[in-house]
Ligand binder design. Structure first.
Ligand code: ATP
Ligand code: MG
Length: 562
């Protein structure tokens, strides 16, 4: 990255952490955490939170915990836990020994609840979910006290213990905090702490039939782990008074909660619920479909973790919700891939070229530079022979004025090879061009004419007899609208799915890529960055187009500067 690409100054969260270190607020400790609920795969929005939490721990010599917030037994699966572990590691972060599950604290949470019951700060309520909603009131109307609010501590304790023992059916009772049914903040109107749910949990099995609600559990998890800075997204700002109330009533360790704006990206959706819908309804092939904004999807598409981390740095952290251009992510990606991806030649839409004056039984190996951006750039051999493929787009029979590539009678350079001149165009009965005939100038070997003769275009190419076949998947945005939620009234975000988000073509590619392992990145000269798919093999090469070479972000920036 060039210097002004990176952010130098501290964001508001880091400023708080730095100040706390200075004042000794936490005795010099910095402990953050990333607390995903294992109910889906991580997406690029999570990457922002991950880079913030792990980044702060790394910069301030602290620790960052990975904690699975697995308090809801119904949606959580081991598959999600495994994918999250893989993704955080791949992004380049490590939690060391600080790996936790919220469910590890179920017993402790229960004891805390008993403490509140005994203190008259929590009660068992027999209202149904719907009744609870009715009693709660609205933003403009206060709620009303329910009929069970005045139960004695003894009765509450007895009922709560029996809830735990499994004496009552699902949904028949809840444990609620006794705060204030007329509180202006709805979260404070006696929120539910526990519900009855006879459900198997992925880690605790059938040990529990009461499960803590998120708002009860979350602050306790941070408290138990002695987190110093509990960093979360803005939606939790008006939950903070409740977390404060719980911890103050319990007299428990009390982290500082700091809210920041979540990441929204154009042309995609970011809620796990919606991503799950895309997977379940078959709009994509899975969580790691290369069109998905998931970390696993981006990885499979060919995005590097360095680019994602740089993107997170560039977007910064603030308090205002906004939508970031996908073009910025791709700009970070191109900058990284430009330096790290070896170049190869591939032809996506092949047009055959026969070099009439090149001997039929001859082939030769020409030197090609692997990566001109690499100071130690090595070269490789690319085979050349009488029959080649060039890109269909690189030829026009009747070219307009500004088209400088191949045309009848015109000379162009074949990269690393020779100058060729088009002498004849062969068509099928329907008038489609099927083959070109050309001559080459042996004196231009390597791509330069000895007499300084110039050509206006350089084309990529492959040798027909040496090239490998490959399936190449070209992607467009998953949605046609910047904001996919902007759908017609009776429809949802899926109405804006892009029917042309995937096109698969058969390409020809130089033989040096033979045996490339899955997730190997290349720049296909003049075409873009491509990456072998996770299912690519020696027998069947499959490439995903990561991104084209056209950097729309750099263009926008340039236009704004001038
Ligand atoms: P979603 O809204 O996608 O369903 P979530 O917030 O329910 O996500 P969690 O597993 O609870 O998902 O998220 C773990 C952490 O990631 C939380 O601290 C949350 O604040 C953060 N996070 C989730 N989405 C984003 C986002 N778009 N931008 C920044 N941080 C996010
Ligand atoms: Mg959540």
């Amino acid at each position: 990255m060039d210097a002004n690409d990176s952010q130098a100054s501290l964001d508001f969260v880091r400023t708080i952490v730095a100040e706390d270190l200075e004042t000794g607020k936490w005795d010099g400790r910095v402990v953050t955490r990333f607390p995903p609920e294992p109910n889906g795969y991580l997406h690029i929005g999570h990457a922002k939170s991950i880079c913030l939490n792990f980044g702060i721990a790394a910069e301030f010599d602290g620790t960052c915990h990975l904690r699975f917030d697995d308090t809801n037994p119904q949606k959580e699966e081991q598959e999600y836990v495994n994918s999250i572990i893989e993704d955080v590691h791949w992004l380049g972060w490590d939690w060391g020994e600080h790996f936790y599950y919220g469910s590890d604290y179920f017993e402790q949470m229960y004891e805390y609840a008993v403490q509140l019951v005994k203190a008259g700060k929590a009660y068992v309520c027999d209202l149904t979910a719907e009744q609870i909603r009715e009693y709660r009131g609205t933003l403009t109307e206060p709620g009303r006290d329910g009929p069970h609010r005045s139960r004695s501590a003894e009765e509450n304790l007895d009922l709560f213990e029996r809830m735990r023992k499994g004496e009552f059916p699902d949904g028949s009772r809840t444990l609620r905090a006794k705060i204030d049914m007329a509180h202006p903040n709805l979260n404070m109107r006696d929120p539910v702490m526990y519900r009855i749910l006879h459900a198997e949990h992925h880690r605790t099995g059938d040990k529990w039939c009461i499960y803590p609600m998120y708002d009860w559990a979350h602050g306790l998890e941070d408290s138990v782990e002695k987190i110093t800075h509990s960093i979360c997204t803005l939606e939790f700002e008006n939950h903070r008074p409740l977390y404060d109330w719980f911890l103050d009533e319990l007299g428990a360790y009390h982290p500082q909660q700091i809210e920041f704006a979540r990441l929204n990206l154009s042309y995609t959706v970011m809620s796990k619920r919606k991503l799950l819908r895309l997977v379940q309804d078959g709009h994509v092939t899975g969580w790691d479909d290369p069109r998905m904004p998931t970390i696993s999807g981006l990885r499979r598409r060919g995005y590097s973790s360095a680019a994602i981390r740089e993107f997170c740095k560039r977007i910064g952290v603030n308090k205002f919700n906004s939508t970031v251009e996908m073009a910025l992510l791709d700009h970070c990606l191109r900058q990284d891939l430009n330096k790290t991806s070896p170049r190869v030649m591939a032809v996506l839409r092949p047009l055959k070229v026969v070099i009439d004056n090149y001997p039929e039984d001859q082939a030769e190996e020409l030197d090609a530079i692997n990566n001109p951006e690499d100071p130690e750039a090595r070269t490789r051999k690319v085979p050349f022979s009488r029959e080649l493929y060039i890109e269909r787009d690189d030829f026009m029979e009747d070219p307009p004025r500004k088209f400088f590539r191949l045309a009848p009678g015109r000379e162009v350079r074949l990269r690393y090879a020779y100058f060729i001149t088009c002498t004849d165009v062969v068509k099928d009965d329907a008038g489609n061009i099927v083959e070109l005939h050309c001559t080459y100038d042996p004196a231009t070997k390597g791509g330069d004419a000895p007499n300084g003769r110039k050509v206006k275009a350089t084309l990529h190419w492959v040798s027909a007899m040496h090239a490998l076949g490959a399936d190449v998947r070209l992607y467009d945005t998953l949605f046609t609208k910047e904001n996919p939620d902007d759908a017609p009234e009776d429809q949802d975000f899926t109405a804006n799915l892009n029917p042309n988000s995937l096109e698969t073509i058969s390409a020809r590619i130089e033989p040096s890529v033979a045996g490339a392992k899955p997730l190997t990145r290349y720049q296909f000269e003049r075409l873009g960055y491509f990456c072998t798919d996770t299912e690519s093999s020696k027998e069947r090469l499959i490439f995903n187009r990561t991104v084209t070479l056209r950097d729309t972000w750099a263009k926008i920036q340039k236009a704004q500067k001038t």
